[in-house]
Design a protein around this ligand. Structure first.
Ligand code: F6R
Length: 346
């Protein structure tokens, strides 16, 4: 079993597993930095700006806020709906992402409270210039590998703003046992992430996800793309049961991240799908946990490990992303945004 003989691994995999192994510590460090940001007035509506490995933080935070009476919006482009946001989180690991920078410049006139979650770059300068807060996160890694750090920082600030309780750190701390079950040294038979990666290997993953677990499904999609260099499709439940299923390709596997608290209709829909397509074609991902936050956090850890196990199985580099980097260099509009931002910073 290839995944149980990792002693002679290429340094790129060792590096990837080393970063993943610090998931909980990175989250808690990020949280400590975020919670130190001054609380200010409790916001009633919060926007999250960011793309890619930084943008997913907005999806997760928004899912966590969804039962808190606070309205939230997630923006993954150059513009943000003008909605008189009380607080805006600008999340960019590099601080050098044109979409995020332009979206921030676009809301300066409205004067909301802006918090940057970043390792530096132009974003830090812009947000300092407009009098916002900057939470600096773990430097020197790929943005998507900094999810724990950026998520911790964001939830720390939301906690300081009194939008989520401090007790969530307890659930993250309590996730250590689960983390140990998915690490690379844990053998295949007792490792749900290795087993899941092996089932996906050689097939086209079709991820189906529903409401509050959507960010986990979307994270899995993006990690399979960027770490395992795989194409993969995602559909929304129950909507996908009304269209998507008719177009399933030949060698697919449906992957469904699940939490305990799901609508009865969703549960029945997944049961019907399994009966219809066969056990072998539908795989659920469950991590358990005492609270929604812990379930989602553990699922996020699991999908990240799955993606690196798939990189090992497919013999691909789980760190470098040549096409994305090339597109960043080739996009002529980015230079225009940078010039505008540099003019603003002065
Ligand atoms: C790379 C990655 C990308 C970046 C995206 C935006 O690891 O995950 O999806 O996150 O290109 O860059 P940042 O996060 O620096 O704003």
């Amino acid at each position: 079993m290839k995944l149980d003989n990792l002693s002679d691994l290429h340094p790129r995999y060792v590096e990837a597993f080393k970063i993943l192994d610090s998931y909980i510590d990175d989250f808690l460090k990020g949280f400590s930095s975020g919670v130190n940001v001054p609380s200010g007035v409790r916001p009633k509506n919060v926007a999250f700006i960011g793309v890619g490995g930084s943008g997913i933080i907005g999806d997760i935070a928004s899912a966590i806020l969804s039962n808190s009476g606070v309205s939230s919006g997630v923006f993954k482009g150059y513009e943000i709906n003008s909605n008189q946001w009380d607080a805006v989180f600008a999340i960019s690991y590099s601080g050098e992402t044109a979409e995020t920078l332009e979206a921030v410049l676009g809301i300066v006139e409205e004067n909301p409270r802006v918090v940057a979650i970043t390792s530096g770059g132009r974003l830090e300068k812009v947000v300092k210039k407009i009098g916002g807060d900057v939470v600096r996160i773990r430097p020197g890694i790929q943005p998507r590998y900094a999810l724990p750090s950026m998520l911790g920082a964001t939830l720390g600030v939301l906690c300081s703003m009194k939008l989520i309780p401090h007790s969530i750190t307890k659930y993250i701390e309590n996730s250590r046992n689960f983390l140990n079950t998915i690490k690379s040294e844990r053998k295949f038979d007792e490792n749900p992430a290795k087993r899941a990666a092996t089932r996906i290997h050689g097939r086209l993953p079709i991820i189906y996800a529903y409401d509050r677990v959507w960010p986990v499904g979307y994270r899995l999609k993006c990690q399979l793309n960027e770490n395992a260099k795989m194409f993969c499709h995602i559909g929304y439940l129950p909507e996908a049961l009304h269209n998507d299923v008719e177009g399933l390709p030949d060698d697919f596997i449906v992957v469904v991240p699940r939490i305990d608290a799901e609508h009865e209709g969703i549960r029945a829909g997944i049961d019907a799908l399994r009966d219809n397509l066969g056990e072998d074609r539908v795989m659920e991902l469950r991590a358990g946990g005492e609270d929604f936050i812990q379930e989602v956090f553990q699922l996020l850890m699991m999908v990240d490990y799955i993606s690196v196990y798939l990189a090992v199985l497919r013999d691909v580099d789980p760190i470098s992303i040549p096409r994305i980097s090339g597109l960043r260099r080739a996009n002529k509009y980015y230079e225009k945004v940078f010039r505008r931002v540099d003019g603003f910073i002065g």
